[in-house]
Design a binder for this molecule. Structure first.
Ligand SMILES: [Zn+2]
Length: 136
């Protein structure tokens, strides 16, 4: 049985993990590479620099990404709680402080990946775009 590698170009997972344009998977979704530069965390070009795909499809488009972020944060919270519960039981302090530390540390990554997942819900990969842009 042939299973397509999800980490190769042409797959949505590639676009999400590399934070690339969902249509051409070449242009960067975010203007600045460093997610931990909090002043520039959310800076995205209006359109893809390679294929011209509109990254701001409508006003408030990325409000939907908050639902992805919420789900991700919930999954992380459950995982952290189960891990801490294993070592400390129902103690409040270890639970809250480890959860806060992990969520604050991961916030920029969750923020950006949520936006990438959200735009990938609406835009599909188009290999023809790459042929056009590479022949220029
Ligand atoms: Zn593109």
């Amino acid at each position: 049985m042939f299973i397509k590698n999800p980490f190769k170009k042409g797959n949505k997972l590639y676009s999400i993990l590399h934070l690339k344009c969902p249509k051409c998977q070449q242009g960067n979704l975010f203007t600045y590479k460093n997610a931990y530069n909090l002043n520039k965390l959310d800076k995205m070009p209006m359109t893809c620099p390679v294929c011209g795909e509109d990254f701001y499809r409508e006003t408030g488009f990325y409000y939907g990404a908050m639902m992805i972020s919420h789900a991700t944060t919930t999954l992380i919270a459950v995982a952290v709680h189960l891990t801490v519960f294993h070592f400390y039981g129902w103690e409040i302090a270890p639970n809250i402080f480890s959860l806060l530390f992990i969520l604050i540390t991961l916030f920029p990554l969750i923020f950006r990946s949520s936006r990438a997942i959200w735009i990938n819900c609406f835009v599909t990969y188009d290999p023809a775009v790459n042929k056009i842009s590479s022949s220029k």
